[in-house]
Design a protein around this ligand. Structure first.
Ligand code: UDP
Ligand code: MG
Length: 379
C-alpha cells in the first residue's frame, strides 16, 4: 500500500517552518524516528476512489490542499488544556477505534492555551499523521470556546467530541455513530458507572437532576464529554461562555432528536481535573442564561410578565380583603402586617411587568438571533 503519510512529514514540517520560522524548534531526532517510513496505518489509507499511485502524486501538492481533498466521514473534536501525557495514548486508541469505521476521519485537537508541552506533542504528531489538525489558542479560553472552534472546522458528516484525558473511551465511538445512524441527531454519553471522586459525583447528580427539571430534557448526564452529533447540529449551535454542558438542551430546543447511550468511563490516569467546585455554581448561572437567551430572548414579557401579574394580583387580593375587613369595623389597617406584604407584592409585580416591557422594547429595537431552526428548504 502506498504510504501517504511518509510524505506528510517533510511537507507538513516545511510548511510549518516557513510560516513559523522564528518560533520553530526542530523536534529531537529521537521523536522523528518514531514514525517508520513504510508503516501502513489508518492515516495512510488513500481516500476512496483513488489508486495508491494517485494518492502518492497528490501528496506532492501543498499539504493544506492535500488535506482538504480527503473525504472525511467522522470528525473527532478534542479540547485539551495541559494534557501532554495522555495524547500519544489517546491517538493510538482513537486510531484503533476509527479504523473499524472505515478510516476516513480527522482528529481536531484544540489546545486551549496549555502551558505544558501539549502543543509540542501535538505538533510532532501533526507532522506524522495527516489526519491530525491542531488549533492552538493564545490563552486559556475554556472548553466551550475550544469546542466551538473545533465545530467550525469540522468537515465530517458525524462529529464526535471527547475529553483528552483518557477518561472517555474511544472504543465507544462506533456505538455512538451507529445510534446516530438509526435516526438521531445527537447521542449524549451517559457515564453510568463513574470513576471520579465522590466530591464530584454527588454534586454532579444534583446538577443533572435540576438541569433535567428546568430544561425538561430527559437525559441523565449533561456533563459527559463524549457525545456524537450529526454535522448539521453543530453548525447550527452557538456555544460560548461555559454553555458546553447545555448543548443537548440547545439542540433539543431547536428541534433535533436527542438520545443517550451508556458509555464506559475511566479514572483519570495523568494530570488533574481542570474544573473545581466552582463549576456547579457557574453551571447554574449558565442554566439561567440558557433558559433566558434561548426560550425568552424574543419575548421577555412572557417571563417577567407572568410572574409580575401573579405577584401584583395576589397583593391586590390580599389588600382588598383587608380593606373590606377594616370597613366592616374589625381592625385598623395599620395593625395588619399582611397589608404591607400585599403592598410589596403589588409593587414588585408592577416592576416585573415593567422590566418585561422594557425587555420587549430593547429586543424590538435590536437584531435578535433567529428563533427557529430550518430543517430543509425545497425550492
Ligand atoms: N479543558 C479545556 N479547557 C479548560 C478546561 C478543560 O480544554 O479550560 C479540557 C481538558 O483538557 C479535558 C476536558 O476539557 O480534555 C475535560 O476536562 P477535565 O477532565 O478536567 O474535566 P472533568 O473530567 O473533571 O469533568
Ligand atoms: Mg476528565
Amino acid at each position: 500500500m502506498a504510504d501517504e503519510s511518509s510524505n506528510d512529514q517533510p511537507q507538513r514540517e516545511q510548511h510549518y517552518r516557513r510560516n513559523n520560522y522564528r518560533r520553530y524548534r526542530r523536534p529531537p531526532h529521537k521523536e522523528q524516528s518514531q514514525a517508520p517510513e513504510n508503516q501502513a496505518t489508518a492515516e495512510n489509507v488513500p481516500p476512496e476512489g483513488e489508486t495508491p499511485a494517485q494518492s502518492a502524486n497528490a501528496s506532492q501538492q501543498h499539504p493544506q490542499q492535500n488535506f482538504q481533498r480527503n473525504h472525511v466521514d467522522i470528525s473527532v473534536v478534542i479540547p485539551l488544556f495541559n494534557e501532554e501525557q495522555s495524547l500519544h495514548e489517546l491517538v493510538d486508541q482513537l486510531k484503533n477505534a476509527l479504523v473499524r469505521l472505515g478510516g476516513r476521519y480527522e482528529l481536531i485537537f484544540v489546545d486551549d492555551g496549555s502551558t505544558d508541552g501539549s502543543f509540542r506533542v501535538l505538533r510532532d504528531m501533526y507532522f506524522h499523521n495527516r489526519r491530525i489538525k491542531v488549533i492552538r489558542f493564545r490563552r486559556n479560553y475554556g472548553k466551550s470556546a475550544a469546542l466551538m472552534v473545533g465545530f467550525q472546522r469540522a468537515q465530517g458528516e458525524f462529529v464526535v467530541t471527547m475529553d483528552a484525558d483518557l477518561q472517555d473511551d474511544p472504543a465507544e465511538i462506533p456505538s455512538l455513530i451507529n445510534k446516530l445512524k438509526t435516526g438521531y441527531d445527537v447521542v449524549s454519553g451517559w457515564k453510568k458507572k463513574r470513576h471520579d471522586p465522590i466530591s464530584k459525583t454527588i454534586p454532579s447528580r444534583f446538577f443533572n437532576f435540576v438541569t433535567g427539571l428546568l430544561t425538561g430534557i430527559k437525559i441523565h448526564d449533561f456533563n459527559c464529554g463524549l457525545k456524537a452529533y450529526r454535522r448539521d447540529v453543530i453548525k447550527n449551535i452557538n456555544v460560548y461562555g461555559e454553555l458546553h454542558r447545555y448543548i443537548p438542551a440547545l439542540a433539543q430546543w431547536q428541534g433535533y432528536r436527542i438520545t443517550e447511550s451508556i458509555v464506559q468511563h475511566r479514572a483519570r490516569k495523568y494530570g488533574k481535573t481542570k474544573f473545581g467546585m466552582g463549576r456547579f455554581f457557574k453551571g447554574f448561572l449558565d442554566l439561567l442564561t440558557v433558559l433566558f437567551t434561548t426560550r425568552y430572548i424574543a419575548r421577555p414579557l412572557h417571563l417577567f410578565g407572568v410572574w409580575g401579574i401573579v405577584s401584583a394580583f395576589s397583593g391586590f387580593v390580599i389588600d382588598v380583603y383587608l380593606t373590606v375587613d377594616k370597613f366592616l369595623g374589625k381592625t385598623s389597617l395599620t395593625n395588619r402586617p399582611l397589608f404591607l406584604v400585599g403592598l410589596i407584592l403589588i409593587i414588585v409585580g408592577v416592576q416585573f411587568v415593567s422590566i418585561g416591557l422594557l425587555g420587549e422594547m430593547i429586543t424590538k429595537g435590536q437584531h435578535v438571533e433567529r428563533e427557529y431552526s430550518i430543517r430543509e428548504i425545497l425550492k
